[in-house]
Design a protein around this ligand. Structure first.
Ligand code: BYC
Ligand code: FE
Ligand code: FE
Length: 487
């Protein structure tokens, strides 16, 4: 037992149970039995679909042992299948009320509100499905890791996405009876990019073929995780809110891995260009010969990941979105900090749409634009790291700026899904799109270049040519620390 004190409440995290938890699992025998029945299936899935070739390696991992923001984790070398995946909820806020929608102000639900059961289950299943999907997408990356440090970060992200699946499966099994148990099983049966049983959302059926994709994914797509979890943390269904609040603490590290991974890639590129006396960032052939990634290719990679991730917000105008908000199942980003009536009957929100071949902004009922608003908040949230990446380029004295493409660029879902829009926001024809898309998105030749660049660098303290070492080690470890001991 680890006792963590917070605001006069003691949270016991029980690590003697087969499933670590702070929910008094051993007192709910039925739930315990159901989860213990699911656990071996989960482990089978992890062995089949988790990091390939590294199941026996000892990895320096952080394990959650409590839910207190300071000191909730311990670090140790463990084999991934022995990771202590647990069920951890953020502390209950006494007197919490439903923050939005038609039940605003009523006490938060501790049980599933019957009238919203199907809608709530769908939200939890969609959230849950993304977690194992990302592990599947990333399963081959260990073999080409640019360093032990990066390999360890990959595996850390992977085990935590596994824990996020546990967090959602707990809700399904505890609160949704037999349907919930069936959904929990199906979560282990769908597979990323499978023809017959794909994962639910588009971006989670894309490949993560190389480490640049991994860093872009953890910066841009895990950030959808952050935004959606933040919105679900506002849920009137309190167990979902508490689960998501704890998941958000783990999410911060995933975003860090993405931001610093791209940042260190940029750093290596700029340093190599300066050393070779190359000032033109578009002198692609010469830059690639230095064993680093040219900045225009990084922009194309970013364009891809930003656009597929924007699709994850669903249609800008959505009755599902309105229903979830009105029911009080999902709030807006930072709902409780917003100053309005939190019901939005008479409010409007500006949404960009295509009308007669041009882009216009229309004021639409705010309720129908809930998804659009979260997408806008997401786009704003993406900019901070991009600015910091640009600082690295600027400091190196290179004339290049990474940018977010237009919101409508390369979209498959929502207002822009049927159009071709350039990164600058120009509507173009199918022919123009086909002629130019290799300038905007990674081409076959770009993928080929990146693929051959991804040579593993597995010796402690060494880094592949295309990425700079981090400023500090994980948990303050020294530069030559052995993060992964191969079994
Ligand atoms: N691909 O009204 P619509 C994370 C479906 S990431 C395929 O437009 P709605 C993580 C939609 O499901 C966070 N299908 O949108 C990150 C619906 O189908 P049904 C994940 C799509 O429903 C990295 C239909 O189109 N969490 O945690 O308002 C690593 C019409 O829907 C897509 C969540 O997403 C798409 N891109 O919003 C690891 C939160 N977009 O139901 C983890 C929970 C839409 O009619 N989910 N569709 O068959 C939700 O809040 C909502 O389901 C969505 C969609 C925001 C995703
Ligand atoms: Fe996650
Ligand atoms: Fe994540």
């Amino acid at each position: 037992m680890g006792a963590i004190e917070q605001k006069d409440v003691v949270f016991e995290v029980n690590y003697e149970d087969r499933i670590p938890n702070n929910i008094n699992l051993s007192e709910d025998k039925q739930l315990q039995r159901a989860l213990e029945a699911w656990q071996p299936n989960y482990l089978d899935w992890w062995r089949d679909m988790g990091p390939e070739g590294f199941q026996e390696a000892d990895v320096y991992l952080r394990t959650a042992v409590g839910v207190d923001p300071d000191g909730w984790a311990v670090f140790d070398h463990v084999k991934m299948p022995d990771y202590r995946w647990g069920i951890l909820l953020a502390p209950k806020e006494e007197g919490r009320t439903i923050p939005c929608g038609k039940h605003k102000g009523e006490p938060a639900w501790q049980e599933v509100p019957g009238e919203y059961r199907a809608l709530l289950r769908r939200l939890i299943v969609v959230q849950a499905d993304t977690e194992p999907a990302s592990v599947e997408q990333q399963r081959y990356l260990g073999k080409t890791a640019p360093s032990q440090y990066d390999m360890r970060n990959l595996f850390q992200v992977n085990v935590e996405e596994g824990r996020h699946l546990w967090a959602m499966v707990y809700l399904l099994v505890k609160y949704f009876g037999r349907d919930g148990r069936e959904e929990a099983q199906m979560l282990l049966e769908r597979r990323s990019a499978d023809e017959d049983k794909p994962r639910i959302l588009g971006a989670f059926n894309e490949e993560t073929p190389d480490w640049l994709s991994f860093f872009m994914f953890t910066y841009f797509t895990d950030r959808d995780g952050k935004m959606q979890l933040a919105a679900l943390a506002q849920s009137g269904f309190d167990p979902l809110s508490r689960s998501c609040r704890f998941m958000l603490m783990e999410e911060a590290h995933h975003l860090f891995v993405g931001e610093t991974g791209v940042g260190r890639t940029i750093e290596a590129t700029c340093a190599a260009m300066n050393k070779a006396g190359i000032t033109d960032p578009y002198d692609i052939e010469a830059i690639r010969k230095l064993g680093v990634v040219d900045l225009p290719t990084l922009q194309k990679k970013a364009n891809f990941h930003m656009s597929v991730t924007r699709d994850l917000f669903g249609s800008e105008i959505s009755t599902n979105g309105a229903n979830a908000f009105t029911a009080g199942l999902k709030g807006r980003y930072e709902e409780t900090k917003l100053e309005d009536d939190h019901q939005l009957h008479d409010d409007t929100y500006p949404v960009m749409q295509v009308e007669d071949g041009t882009l216009v902004i229309n004021e639409v009922p705010a309720l129908s634009a809930i998804n659009s608003r979260l997408l806008d908040d997401y786009i704003a949230d993406c900019q901070g790291g991009i600015n910091r990446w640009n600082k690295i380029i600027e400091k190196a004295g290179i004339d290049f700026t990474l940018q977010q493409p237009h919101k409508g660029f390369n979209r498959k879902i929502g207002e822009f899904g049927e159009y071709h829009i350039t990164p600058e926001g120009e509507l173009v024809s199918e022919t123009q799109w086909q002629q130019n898309k290799d300038n905007w998105l990674p081409s076959a030749a770009d993928y080929e270049f990146i693929h051959q660049l991804m040579q593993p660098c597995a010796e402690a303290g060494q880094y592949a040519s295309w990425i700079a070492p981090p400023r500090v080690g994980i948990n303050q470890q020294p530069g030559d620390f052995e993060y992964v001991k191969l079994g």
